[in-house]
Design a protein around this ligand. Structure first.
Ligand code: CO
Length: 401
């Protein structure tokens, strides 16, 4: 074997597209290096990113601030984690300012021992940290009926992925002595609208967390500080923020946000209710709407996730779905977390159409827009998980299809 340093650079890179791309990088390098300038005279107690980085959340619905949302810039995402400062938000009555010393969590209803926890009590209990995606069930709803948004952020930005730290809800329910007759848990937030959602006790005893940490620090106020419910793989709205009360009950609350909202109108006029699980979805994030490609090497990259567990496979097409190639999946792959996929591609400068299609561990394959529309009709904006396509024009501009 020849040591790499003895291979002449031209031989090593060869005539590949990657070689051409790297040569182009070399040509673009600055001639003189003046060395780094100091960022500032003092260190910063709480850090910020470089002033040269500009990725930011997109504020939507700003006419109705009490119903506000922000979207994660998925087109600029790297790896699988979303920085807390770029995590998407969805509020139904703004962000309350809560002093953790004043906050309480009540567990009551069909329990042997009703309990009131302080935030300090919760933080003292044995915790776990797990990486999970969180997604609003309205995410990518603009794709229904071929009304696609222009960028990955606009279409799919109501999804993010963080490491969440909290106490297993099963521990708190066992401590309270939850009774056999309890079938539902009714969770209530301390926001002005008193967000209420119901979830089956079986899920609550499985993998639900009462979370107080995100990405290595306490939750951000917009993520439910000081306590939130975290319900892995289930629609964002059930992950009640600013959590203050859990009632064990023999029936669901039938609250506003599980009857008038977050139900799915079907083609026959009926509505599906309590559709909790976010089905498998994937998206090419680079290149995506708004990007401009140069001919030659391009690493196609994107994200896939499933509320039912692991992503097993992601296929990518560059010819509008006529042929597909398996993308490589970044390890470790984690259940109910973003999975980053990558596929090297040599763009020859002709028109192309990029798509991704994922399969989860249950064998479920992400459907096409058409397949989904046949089943679901066009009356609901929730739970859209169809295949997303991006067009690459001959001039390199990338737009929605
Ligand atoms: Co739903």
């Amino acid at each position: 074997m020849i040591p790499i340093h003895r291979i002449r650079r031209r031989q090593w890179l060869g005539a590949t597209a990657l070689g051409a791309a790297l040569s182009a990088c070399k040509q673009n390098a600055p001639v003189a290096d003046e060395g780094p300038r100091l960022l500032g005279a003092t260190v910063r107690p709480y850090g910020e990113r470089s002033e040269f980085e500009t990725a930011k959340r997109l504020l939507a619905n700003d006419r109705y601030l009490e119903e506000s949302q922000t979207r994660t810039p998925l087109g600029e995402s790297v790896g699988i984690l979303t920085p807390s400062s770029l995590h998407y938000e969805r509020h139904h009555s703004g962000v309350p300012r809560i002093d953790p010393a004043q906050h309480r969590l009540l567990i009551h209803g069909l329990v042997d021992r009703p309990l009131v926890f302080t935030v300090e009590d919760i933080r003292r209990l044995p915790s776990v940290s797990r990486i999970y995606f969180l997604e609003c069930s309205g995410n990518s709803g603009s794709e229904w009926g071929a009304r696609p948004a222009a960028t990955a952020q606009q279409s799919h930005g109501l999804a993010s992925c963080s490491e969440w730290t909290g106490v297993p809800l099963s521990l708190l329910l066992a401590e309270a002595g939850i009774q056999k007759s309890a079938q539902w848990l009714i969770a209530e937030g301390a926001d002005a609208c008193k967000m209420v959602r119901s979830l089956p006790v079986s899920k609550g005893m499985d993998d639900v967390l009462v979370a107080w940490g995100q990405n290595g620090e306490p939750l951000r106020p917009e993520q439910g500080y000081p306590l939130r419910l975290f319900v892995p793989g289930w629609e964002g709205n059930v992950n009640v923020k600013w959590l203050r009360r859990i009632e064990a009950s023999d029936q669901p609350a039938m609250a506003r946000d599980e009857t008038s909202k977050y139900t799915d109108l079907m083609p026959d006029g009926t509505a599906r209710i309590f559709t909790f699980i976010m089905e498998a979805k994937s998206l090419v994030t680079y290149p995506s709407g708004g990007d401009k490609l140069k001919p030659g090497f391009c690493e196609i990259s994107g994200l896939a996730w499933s509320g039912r567990g692991l992503i097993r496979r992601v296929e990518v097409s560059t010819d509008a779905g006529r042929t597909w190639k398996d993308a490589s999946l970044q390890e470790p792959r984690l259940p109910r977390a973003f999975t980053r996929f990558r596929l090297p591609w040599n763009w020859d400068g002709s028109e192309a159409q990029l798509q991704s299609r994922c399969t989860d561990e249950t064998g479920y394959v992400q459907p096409s827009n058409q397949q989904l529309t046949v089943l679901r009709g066009l009356a609901s904006t929730y739970h859209y998980n169809g295949i997303k396509a991006w067009k690459v024009a001959a001039d390199g501009s990338v737009t929605h299809v």
